[in-house]
Design a protein around this ligand. Structure first.
Ligand SMILES: Cc1cc2nc3c(=O)[nH]c(=O)nc-3n(C[C@H](O)[C@H](O)[C@H](O)COP(=O)(O)O)c2cc1C
Length: 341
């Protein structure tokens, strides 16, 4: 699996920022999307002036706010947010210093998970207690544990795994990626989770995922809408994907547009996972491979089929997973100096 430097330090000459993730209880759990949009409006006004990038998530009556920027800016922002009556009971669930991990000024996520606020709160407090005990998880692991939790155990024991196969699927046109998660949910008899995400200006778009055991390892297959691919939260998670299964449609213009989006995700990323290219015909693969290589991606031949042939698409992904290993460690050392305030 990905070899990414544990705490993502800033490279020489690169800006060093504070990275803080704070969970808090929402005061009003009705009209949440309108609240997120109202906060987005103010954030887009203030954050660029403070050189801050942020992502705001909502799930089960809780906000999760991830902000990155210069030390004084982050302290000022959290000072302002602390007196906002739209939330209460804040808990810092990550604080560190290093390179920026959020690649866009703003992104947000709305989850329809049915877990109770108390259940979510227990998971927040477990992470906060771990920090108090001197260790913390990487930002993306905190987000995944809270907002996209893997409920299946890893091979090492009964606790839910942080390390598992992660494959993202996106189609150059049509609904093939979502057909796949739908089909996997039915054939594996597991629920399909949905999240809505949005960027600075766009309307929300979907991403779905299914978790199931593949041999003795947990596996997550995520379907992402083309418009959601380049949003900030997706981009920060993307270096940790094992590979990106792209369902091309044989139309050169649409296929290259998809590759352009993928290139944008990994601009300045610490790692570029390979592309598994699934194309309607062998000639399409040759074109896609050439274009992917020119954009700096390893491009693997995933076979030839239509994007909506879910059983064959899964067969191709599964075959590729046999070459992957899962060994990603997500525990970071604690940096007390980065706590806001
Ligand atoms: C969970 C949460 C996250 C927020 N994130 C931001 C943010 O990133 N940037 C921002 O300017 N305001 C954010 N706000 C809103 C601020 O608390 C505050 O209302 C706003 O900055 C005030 O702007 P104004 O004085 O221009 O109206 C957030 C509010 C909440 C409840």
């Amino acid at each position: 699996m990905p070899q990414i430097s544990a705490a993502y330090p800033a490279k020489p000459g690169q800006q060093e920022v504070d990275r803080v993730i704070c969970a808090s209880r929402a005061t009003d759990t009705q009209n949440v999307y309108a609240t997120l949009e109202a906060i987005r409006d103010r954030a887009l006004h203030h954050n660029p002036q403070l050189d801050i990038r942020a992502a705001l998530m909502y799930q089960s009556g809780w906000f999760l706010h991830w902000a990155e920027g210069p030390h004084r800016s982050v302290a000022e922002l959290f000072g302002r947010i602390a007196i906002d009556k739209r939330h209460h009971e804040p808990h810092v669930v990550h604080a560190s210093t290093g390179r920026r991990l959020l690649m866009t000024p703003w992104s947000m996520l709305l989850s329809s998970a049915t877990e109770s606020a108390d259940g979510f709160g227990r998971r927040v407090l477990a992470i906060r207690d771990q920090i108090r005990a001197g260790t913390q998880l990487s930002p993306t692991t905190v987000i995944r544990r809270l907002v996209l939790p893997m409920r299946l155990p890893g091979p090492e024991g009964p606790t839910p795994a942080d390390a598992y196969y992660r494959v993202v699927v996106c189609a150059a046109s049509g609904q093939g990626a979502f057909d796949l998660t739908h089909w996997l949910s039915e054939t594996q008899d597991v629920p399909r989770e949905s999240r809505r995400t949005a960027g600075p200006a766009d309307r929300d778009s979907a991403s779905d995922y299914v978790d199931f055991m593949l041999d003795d390892m947990p596996c997550r297959v995520v379907a992402v809408a083309r418009t959601a691919l380049t949003q900030g939260l997706q981009r920060s998670m993307a270096p940790e994907w094992h590979f990106l299964a792209l369902l091309f449609d044989g139309d050169a213009r649409r296929d290259e547009a998809l590759l352009d989006r993928v290139t944008e995700i990994f601009d300045d990323a610490p790692r570029r996972p390979p592309v598994l290219a699934i194309t309607p015909a062998p000639a399409d693969f040759l074109h896609v491979q050439q274009q992917a290589l020119a954009r700096g991606f390893d491009c693997l031949d995933g076979g030839h089929m239509s994007a909506w042939e879910s059983p064959s698409v899964w067969q191709s992904i599964r075959e590729r997973l046999r070459h992957e290993t899962v060994d990603h460690s997500s525990v970071w050392p604690l940096f007390p100096g980065a706590l806001p305030g």
